[in-house]
Design a protein around this ligand. Structure first.
Ligand code: NCD
Ligand code: ZN
Length: 349
């Protein structure tokens, strides 16, 4: 049995750090990642380069001394986004990508896009300047079953949008279905597409949310799908194939907002992600491909060098215990429980 592996320092290509007291509470839990794509769905959202710069400064202040993390900022695409601001912010190295939320698809997405024709000039400018578009790939049409919203998004929106904007590089964020995996795999040549896969979607299927009682801490968007989809995600993540890389989508919410008659979506996985990933990759005999998923494929897609330094993951004799929750101001945030004991621990290499 392998008891220790050394990896280039991992990156997180989809992370929610929030703001204010919550930022202060959660940022230290991502400090050991090398880089992270920071999602812009604050209230109000991060829509301009100036706002992204100010948010980056707040993140840097919230990180502990010696943190490895370098935040890669994103702008939240609206129907009034100025293409010149995107292109300039990208050229400055301030932003790494732009995030598209269909209006109403998820937490704090009210300012997102309703009429995709209105963002066409922005997308064309991005294609020209090589700025990747990160998409939340779900339709918001209430007629569409929530478990089908990703597959329908591909047909109705993503594929037409990509055809209308040749050269636009797209990341399908937190892909949750075999349809998503197949679409990305089939359209990835030349770096045209990538996909992030979360930690929790490798672990849970929809039964975790609904069978034997309702479990709000497993509710996130896109919602976990049936087991065959989870298995497709595991295969993609463990394949070593270039288009698939880690984006934890660690999305903290106070328990007071999750444990409600209408609770909000998001799993907080930052604290135990690497331990969970080592567990599931080991389970499937794919530990030798963990580094591709966490540390190599993402930078290759974003045309950045992989991190030079390394971390070591060591399998302990006894269970590694993570806290069940953290404090954030007066609130608590529950840490994702994978439902199995964890033995892998991260150390600097
Ligand atoms: C995210 C959040 O809380 O900001 N929630 C989630 O369930 N993933 C938003 C998102 O990425 O969809
Ligand atoms: Zn997210």
């Amino acid at each position: 049995m392998t008891n220790s592996i050394t990896l280039r320092r991992p990156d997180d290509w989809h992370l929610h750090l929030r703001d204010g007291a919550m930022l202060g509470a959660v940022a230290p839990h991502s400090a050991e990642f090398g880089r992270a794509i920071i999602m812009p769905n604050l209230v109000p959202p991060v829509v301009t380069g100036d706002q992204a710069r100010a948010y980056r400064d707040r993140i840097m202040k919230a990180l502990p001394d010696g943190a490895a993390l370098r935040p890669l900022m994103t702008l939240y695409l609206t129907e009034t986004t100025d293409p010149a601001d995107i292109v300039a912010s990208h050229a400055d190295g301030l932003i790494a990508a732009v995030k598209l939320y269909p209006a109403g698809a998820t937490t704090n997405s009210a300012s997102g896009v309703t009429d995709f024709d209105r963002v066409r000039p922005v997308l064309e400018a991005m294609a020209e300047a090589g700025v990747p578009l990160c998409v939340h790939g779900e339709v918001t049409d209430p007629e569409v079953d929530i478990f089908d919203r990703e597959a329908v998004f591909i047909d109705r929106i993503l594929d037409p949008l990509r055809r209308a904007t040749p050269g636009l590089r797209v990341v399908m964020e937190h892909v949750t279905t075999s349809d998503g995996v197949d679409y990305v795999r089939g359209n990835a040549s030349g770096g045209a597409m990538g996909a992030t896969i979360t930690t929790h979607h490798l672990v849970i299927n929809r039964n975790a949310i609904l069978a034997g009682g309702i479990r709000p801490h497993y509710y996130c968007l896109p919602v976990a799908k049936r087991e065959s989809h989870r298995l497709a995600l595991r295969k993609a993540a463990m394949s070593g194939e270039g288009p698939f890389f880690l984006g934890t989508d660690s999305a903290p919410h106070p328990d007071s907002a999750k444990l409600q008659p209408c609770g909000c979506a998001g799993c907080f996985t930052a604290p135990n992600t690497m331990s969970i990933l080592a567990h599931v990759f080991e389970e499937d005999g794919a530990l030798d491909r963990l580094e591709a998923f966490t540390s190599l494929n993402g930078p290759a897609f974003y045309a950045m060098p992989p991190n030079e330094d390394r971390i070591r993951l060591t399998r302990q004799e006894t269970e590694v215990s993570f806290p069940t929750e953290i404090a954030a101001g007066d609130e608590t945030v529950t840490i994702f429980d994978p439902g199995f004991p964890l033995f892998w621990q991260t150390e600097p290499a």
